[in-house]
Each structure stands twice: as structure tokens, then as C-alpha cells.
Design a binder for this molecule. Structure first.
Ligand SMILES: [Zn+2]
Length: 113
């Protein structure tokens, strides 16, 4: 159900310089981010979509990054043709954008670990 935001109250809060903090899922717990006025509606709508867009990644990438705890995944392929899903442990806990752009291999696929 889509919540109808009370713009009058929101404007009054921001005019009074009341700071609005949003909590999003993040590796190693959550992350608190200060929201601008224009962030409120998309954040309330879907905070995952909002943070993924803010970080410049897709929702799917963001969710996979969360699940991997920021540890990069091997970009090699298995004999079956499926993507290798082993972690590449020489790098850990990458920020989401770097995680998405990371191209490294597990030991089996020629990496160091
Ligand atoms: Zn691999």
C-alpha cells in the first residue's frame, strides 16, 4: 500500500532544519543516511531501490552485494557454463560500486586465493 506523504508537515520539518535520517541495510549491519527533502518519497516507497539508485547500481547487484557481505565473487565460469560463485578472498568488504565493477578470479580460475 502506497503511503500518502503529508508534504505540508515535511516542508515544515525541513524548514525548521530538522534532520531526517534513513536506515538502509548495509554490509556489517545497517547504514544511517541523512535524507534530503526529495529523498523522502522514494525512500518511503522502497528504500532498497532508493539506495541502489543512489549508489549507481541495480537493485539485483545491491542485494547480491549485501548477501556476499561485500566480498567479491569470482567472474569465472564453471564447466557447466554457470558463473563461478566462489569468493575472491584477497579483497574483502568492498563498497557496492567497486564490488559490482570488480573482476577477479578464485584460485581455481587462476586467482591467488
Ligand atoms: Zn572461480
Amino acid at each position: 500500500m502506497k503511503r500518502q506523504l503529508d508534504k505540508f508537515t515535511l516542508t515544515a520539518l525541513f524548514d525548521a532544519e530538522i534532520v531526517v535520517i534513513g536506515e538502509v541495510p548495509w554490509i556489517a549491519g545497517g547504514r544511517s543516511i541523512q535524507l534530503d527533502y526529495d529523498d523522502i518519497e522514494p525512500f518511503c516507497d522502497n528504500k532498497i531501490t532508493w539506495i541502489a539508485k543512489k549508489e549507481g547500481v541495480t537493485v539485483k547487484d545491491f542485494e547480491q552485494w549485501l548477501e556476499a557481505g561485500g566480498d567479491p565473487i569470482c567472474v569465472g565460469y564453471l564447466n557447466s557454463g554457470k558463473p563461478c560463485s566462489r569468493k575472491v578472498f584477497q579483497v574483502r568488504g568492498l563498497p557496492v560500486r567497486e564490488w559490482v565493477e570488480f573482476e577477479g578470479y578464485c584460485r581455481k580460475h587462476g586467482g591467488e586465493t
